[in-house]
Every structure is written in structure tokens, then in C-alpha cells.
Write a protein that binds this ligand. Structure first.
Ligand code: 9D3
Length: 249
């Protein structure tokens, strides 16, 4: 799969793309990332990419000309890219949106800046707008990186020998159970005895229960949407009873 990123800060992406799983996926040819400086698609001496808003008011708007020129130049190459504008107005990114993008051969990511982009870019150049959540970034670049990261690790071979991507927390709809490693006691804090018991079936059930407990406490919204088995309902019943005891004591 290939990403093409249109940005006024191509250098922003350099070290994240070299590191860890992303770096290895690039080296192994599992993913390609093309970085395109928007200023290269300007035609004026000062390489201006923004201008004042019609109608007045504060802030600057990204001019349509350079964005159209950049995307049209990229779309001359095969295959055609799915064009995503990173924008606070977009649909919120999620594990399932990552999966949708991972199925595409080519994605063009446009990083916005200033107060936003000229509306004609949105209307005619862009296939989809994506936000990464309800907080204000300085621009679309960190959002583009988050998307490249989440999508790349889903590509076949990207995780190497490490765990399969569909084994993760959000993919299953629950938060992860607590993890421990050596030593068995650290600064007086013990690892739960169950994990040292060697009873694999009991360990599996304990982990599932702790997953459910955490999700109930920290992300009740996820629990509502998660596909729950009859065993899960039984475990949630146990958790509710433990909580009731907690209130009395
Ligand atoms: C006053 C209105 N602001 C919108 C919240 C203007 C504005 C602020 C910051 C417009 C763009 C930006 C820069 N942010 C992004 O380009 C962006 C973003 C984000 O800020 N949060 C979450 N996801 C994204 S994707 C792109």
C-alpha cells in the first residue's frame, strides 16, 4: 500500500517514519510513503499557500490552487488515490476506519493548516475528511502520522513475529487485561497469584474478567457495543456482585 502526504512540513515526518514497526514496514516494502511539499505546487515567487478569508474575519485560509495542483499531479500516477483531508470537521478516526483504509491500494493525505482550507477543495478534490478526535492540533500532520501508523500495522507482514493485529484491545471491543512481567514481587507489590498458578483455563477466565472490569470502569461506552458471550455476562455478574460487597464494607 502507498500513502502520499501533501504538507507544508514534509520534514515533520522524517524520524517517525524511520523508527520501529513503521521504519521496518517501509524498509520491507510493505508500505510506501511519498512526502510532497505543498510549496512545490505554488507558482509565485514567495511560494504562498494561504490567503485572507473572503468576507473578512481572523485567520488565514489555504488557497485552492496549490492543493489542486498537488493532488492532480499525484492522480496522474496509477492507481488513483483515495483522497483524505485531515480536518477537525471530519468523521472521527477509529480502528474500523483504519481497517477500511488498509484495504486501499493508495491513500492521499492532505494536511490542513491555518483556520482551514478553501471550501472548494473539500467539495471537489476530497473523498473523505477525517479527524483524530475532539482536541485542537496545530495542523493535520500529527493526524496523518497517527493514521499512517494505525493503518500500516494492519498490513500483512508489518508486525513480523509480534502478535497479530486482530488480537488487540480495540479490535475485540474491550480494553486489555493487566500485564505483569518479572520480578514476581517489586517494591512490595506482588503479581496476582493466579498468573503464577499455571492453570491456563483459570488464567484465561481471570484475564477476560479483568478486561471486562476495566472496560466497565474506564470505557462503559465500549462495553455497550462489545459482542459479549454468555461467559462474559456471567463474569460481569460476578463483577457487579463484588462491587455491591464493596459498597457495604
Ligand atoms: C476555530 C476553529 N478551529 C477548529 C477547531 C480552527 C482550526 C484549528 C486547528 C482548524 C484547524 C486546526 C488544525 N487541526 C487540524 O488540521 C486537524 C485536527 C485537529 O485539530 N484535531 C483532530 N483531528 C484533526 S485532523 C486535522
Amino acid at each position: 500500500m502507498r500513502f502520499d502526504v501533501v504538507t507544508i512540513f514534509p520534514e515533520y515526518f522524517a524520524s517517525p517514519l524511520e523508527c520501529s514497526i513503521l521504519g521496518r514496514a517501509l524498509e520491507g516494502g510493505i508500505v510506501e510513503v511519498g512526502l510532497h511539499n505543498l510549496r512545490d505546487y505554488t507558482t509565485d515567487k514567495h511560494k504562498v499557500v494561504d490567503d485572507y478569508p473572503y468576507g473578512g474575519g481572523g485567520g488565514m485560509v489555504m488557497k485552492p490552487g496549490p492543493l489542486f495542483a498537488a493532488v492532480e499531479a499525484l492522480q496522474e500516477q496509477e492507481p488513483r488515490g483515495h483522497v483524505v483531508l485531515l480536518s477537525p470537521q471530519g468523521r472521527t478516526f477509529s480502528q474500523s476506519r483504519a481497517g477500511d483504509l488498509a484495504a486501499r491500494e493508495r491513500v492521499i493525505l492532505i494536511c490542513g493548516h491555518y483556520e482551514g482550507v478553501d471550501e472548494r477543495v473539500r467539495e471537489t478534490l476530497v473523498d473523505e475528511q477525517i479527524s483524530i478526535g475532539d482536541y485542537v492540533l496545530t495542523g493535520g500532520e500529527p493526524a496523518a502520522l497517527a493514521i499512517i501508523d494505525a493503518v500500516t500495522r494492519l498490513l500483512p507482514g508489518a508486525l513480523g513475529d509480534e502478535q497479530a493485529p486482530d488480537n488487540d484491545s480495540f479490535a475485540e471491543g474491550l480494553l486489555e487485561y493487566p500485564h505483569y512481567t518479572r520480578p514476581a514481587e517489586f517494591r512490595g507489590l506482588a503479581v496476582p497469584g493466579m498468573l503464577l498458578s499455571g492453570h491456563h483455563e483459570q488464567i484465561r477466565r481471570w484475564r477476560r474478567k479483568e478486561s471486562l472490569r476495566r472496560t466497565k470502569t474506564h470505557r462503559p461506552d465500549l462495553l455497550e457495543r462489545a459482542p459479549l458471550t454468555p461467559e462474559d455476562l456471567e463474569l460481569l455478574e460476578e463483577i457487579a456482585e463484588e462491587e455491591e460487597v464493596g459498597i457495604d464494607e
